[in-house]
Design a protein around this ligand. Structure first.
Ligand SMILES: Cc1cc2nc3c(=O)[nH]c(=O)nc-3n(C[C@H](O)[C@H](O)[C@H](O)COP(=O)(O)OP(=O)(O)OC[C@H]3O[C@@H](n4cnc5c(N)ncnc54)[C@H](O)[C@@H]3O)c2cc1C
Length: 469
């Protein structure tokens, strides 16, 4: 509970129409797109870095947890107020989106929706590649703090590759700038990179400078289906080994294909075990040659169907079907546990095999889709949190998914972040000394641990994911 004195001081800074204390208002901020519900004590919609600075000074004085929140599409519990306290609703922060054509930059406020940046950049003949499946809903602030990516991560990298400057309110309430507008900058430690992917644990971002690139001249997309998931994995690794670097390479298993067709019929082949989408971009002549080569490799690896989109509208239909996977599979059961364990590209077929074994061992409804070209698979377990016995099996299966990814040289998270669910496994990937170094950085930045506590770092003795109270 927040002390009355603190509420009094906050009311002196924030007008009452942007400050919420009523239970029904606070409930709206108690969940995100992941798992679990936690009620905040107070919700605030700040309108300037100055206001946030004052709020963080109060939070430090009264030791109030502060949880920044964008559109709450996090799949790892990032914005959840797990220890109560103050939610800062950054989706209502004033919108700013300036395209600097001369310097190939976009200067944006954290509340801007990612798809809006795509649109404005393309209007100027430019391109902002990171494209999470949630890009029509999620904020760029959330994308930066989760270091999100999406299908185009394969060729173009993740959000952090495009963030070259930030304005940040530190946990002490200082307003600092990191990086800037220059593409080159080696002045001191790279704080910009440290903040990217820090999940709101190091401060509140109030402005972002993004690097843009020229828009590719041509794009071609194909869809291929396979009689087995493992064969689709081999096709993916063979395309990469052939020297072609597609802009995107996605896969979905039969359960995902069927879920999409049941949700919104999209003409996908429902009888095959897996489907792969490949997109190449660049010079028109190279694109024609590369898409033909990708089609040939798929056929050699046993594809039963290879179809190249002939028009922009056919291409858009393929991507629309891919974007429907996440909403479609949520209809398969009341609870969805979404993971994003990632392996080196060459280990994709082995990871797919391990996932099949885990599904059979724990007898769970485990479906797989994802950005397979960069090794970033999304195993999703469709379950029901009211079924205690099944949830115990889910907890063990999730642990084994992480162990499989790390043992194949991969990582706990390729893009969704650690949040609350993966924290117990941090030491497994980083080792004791590696994790300790991160804990020390957090303590130096935020000695009172006010910024988004309960995220990223395991509690003492916590070694396993706990989905049940
Ligand atoms: C259907 C669906 C599809 C998705 N597809 C993808 C995908 O393809 N790739 C991918 O990477 N992710 C994907 N996601 C996950 C999610 O959309 C991303 O993590 C996204 O970046 C979150 O943005 P948000 O605005 O919703 O932020 P939130 O979920 O509100 O917050 C995310 C994190 O950022 C912090 N934060 C937000 N704003 C600020 C700020 N201004 N300052 C400091 N901290 C801040 C929060 O505290 C939290 O830790 C998907 C989610 C859904 C529901």
């Amino acid at each position: 509970m927040i002390q009355q004195n603190a509420i009094g001081e906050i009311s002196g800074i924030i007008p009452k129409e942007r400050l919420f204390l009523a239970l029904e208002d606070r409930y709206s901020y108690s969940y995100d797109a992941s798992f679990g519900e936690y009620l905040p004590d107070i919700v605030i919609q700040p309108q300037s870095a100055g206001e946030i600075s004052e709020l963080l000074k109060i939070a430090n004085k009264y030791r109030i947890p502060v949880c920044p929140r964008g559109s709450a599409t996090s799949l790892s519990g990032g914005p959840l107020p797990v220890e109560g306290g103050m939610v800062l609703d950054m989706s209502r922060f004033p919108h700013k989106l300036v395209i600097d054509r001369e310097n190939l930059l976009a200067i944006v406020s954290p509340s801007v929706i990612t798809a809006e940046i795509h649109r404005k950049a393309e209007e100027a003949g430019l391109f902002y590649p990171p494209d999470p499946g949630s890009s029509h809903v999620s904020t760029i602030g959330g994308n930066v703090l989760e270091n999100s990516s999406g299908p185009k991560g394969l060729k173009y990298g993740t959000t952090k590759e495009y963030v070259i400057g930030l304005e940040l309110v530190t946990p002490q309430g200082d307003i600092i700038r990191t990086g800037g507008k220059t593409v080159k900058n080696v002045t001191g430690y790279d704080l910009t990179r440290l903040i990217c992917g820090s999940e709101g644990t190091l401060g509140v971002v109030t402005e972002i400078i993004l690097r843009l690139i020229p828009k590719p001249k041509a794009r071609k997309t194909l869809v291929a289906s396979f009689p087995s998931v493992i064969q689709s994995g081999h096709a993916i690794t063979n395309i990469l080994a052939s020297g072609i670097l597609p802009a995107a390479m996605e896969m979905m298993d039969n359960a995902c294909i069927r879920a999409v067709e049941a949700y919104q019929p999209s003409g996908l082949p429902v009888d095959d075990a897996a489907l792969v989408i490949v997109e190449v971009d660049g010079h028109p002549a190279a694109v024609e040659e590369e898409i033909a080569d990708c089609g040939r490799i798929c056929a050699e690896r046993g594809a039963t169907m290879v179809r190249v989109a002939r028009t922009d509208s056919e291409r858009e239909d393929i991507w629309k079907a891919r974007k429907l996977v996440s909403p479609a599979i949520t209809r398969m059961g009341p609870t969805k546990i979404s993971e994003d364990a990632t392996v080196p590209r060459s280990r994709i077929p082995e990871m797919l095999e391990r996932l099949e074994q885990i599904r059979d061992k724990y007898k769970l409804n485990l479906v797989v889709f994802g950005h397979a070209g960069d090794g970033n698979l999304h195993p999703n377990i469709i379950t029901d949190k009211r079924n205690i016995e099944e949830m115990r099996r889910v907890e063990d299966a999730v642990g084994e998914i992480f162990e499989a990814a790390v043992s194949l040289g991969g990582t706990l998270s390729g893009e969704h972040g650690i949040g609350t669910l993966k924290a117990p496994y941090m030491e497994m990937e980083l080792g004791k000394a590696g994790l300790d170094m991160m804990v020390r950085i957090k303590k130096a930045w935020d000695p009172n641990n006010i910024m988004n506590p309960g995220k990223m770092f395991p509690k003492p003795g916590q070694t396993k994911v706990r989905l049940l109270p």
